[in-house]
Ligand binder design. Structure first.
Ligand code: FE2
Length: 261
């Protein structure tokens, strides 16, 4: 059951409305990393979750995201207000002005309608918690960019609040993931193929105008080791690429793999 309280989670104040900034804010209303996407992702995951404690976490945060949506919506309405009666302001974004009447609608900042394809719901708790940590990181960086795009202090304050809560949620999702006590590379039920799982292929080599080959110092961690050439690929002897006759992977030669390290 859901219940609405007639109070914003964060009081919003806008000095000088900025229609163009208002349309940018729509990215956090009806965009891929916006509040509705977060609310739906966590809530639907929560409804599907069989683990009582993590289910409650997902529903807690999913519900808070709806409150964030309401705050972003209030901020957008204040910025778009001049669009309702002023032609030159309306001309700054005719889709928002004409289709949405200068109010809220489920579009992103460039007028694309919200879609459920934004949601990452895997139906596997640890995978979904990782999806959510990534979603919070994307939302955080989007808020940060929006903060840099306005001089209005009231807008900055509201966005700072929302940005901060994304990190809070990241912490909670990360703690919930850790609490599962799973090996971080143990995903699902089936084990990966021994040996193959630890082979790191140096597949971008050579040196040219756009860069040079290099291997990070982190290669070697998590059991990985560098393999110059995948054993399961055939060569055709002339340096060209193609599909091998057994229907396997890409066929090329070792000569194409030389390069500075
Ligand atoms: Fe949020």
């Amino acid at each position: 059951m859901y219940h609405h309280i007639k109070q914003l989670m964060y009081d919003v104040h806008v000095g000088e409305p900025d229609v163009r900034f208002g349309t940018m804010l729509l990215e956090q209303f009806g965009g891929a990393n916006g509040e509705l996407a977060a609310a739906m992702q966590y809530t639907i995951q929560g409804w599907s979750c069989d683990d009582p404690e993590r289910k409650d976490l997902l529903l807690d945060i999913g519900t808070e995201e709806i409150s964030h949506l309401e705050v972003v919506g209030a901020l957008i309405r204040m910025h778009l207000k001049p669009m309702k009666k002023n032609l030159s302001r309306a001309e700054e974004d005719p889709i928002v002005a004409v289709t949405g009447g200068g109010g809220l609608n489920l579009f992103n900042s460039v007028g694309n309608p919200w879609t459920a394809s934004y949601l990452k719901i895997a139906g596997e708790l640890d995978v979904d918690l990782r999806n959510n940590i990534a979603a919070e990181a994307r939302a955080k960086i989007t808020y940060e960019r929006l903060i840099h795009l306005t001089d209005d202090q009231g807008s900055k304050d509201a966005l700072q609040f929302l940005m901060t809560r994304e990190i809070t949620h990241m912490k909670a999702f990360s703690a919930a993931l850790d609490s599962l006590g799973k090996d971080p590379f143990s995903i699902g039920q089936l084990a990966p193929t021994p040996g193959l799982v630890n082979e790191y292929y140096n597949d971008s080599t050579g040196e040219g105008a756009i860069g040079k080959d290099g291997l990070g110092s982190w290669i070697g961690q998590n059991g990985l080791h560098v393999v110059e050439w995948p054993k399961n690929l055939e060569t055709n002897g002339n340096g060209t690429n193609g599909h091998n006759k057994n229907g396997g992977g890409l066929r090329t030669t070792k000569t194409a793999k030389t390069g500075a390290r």
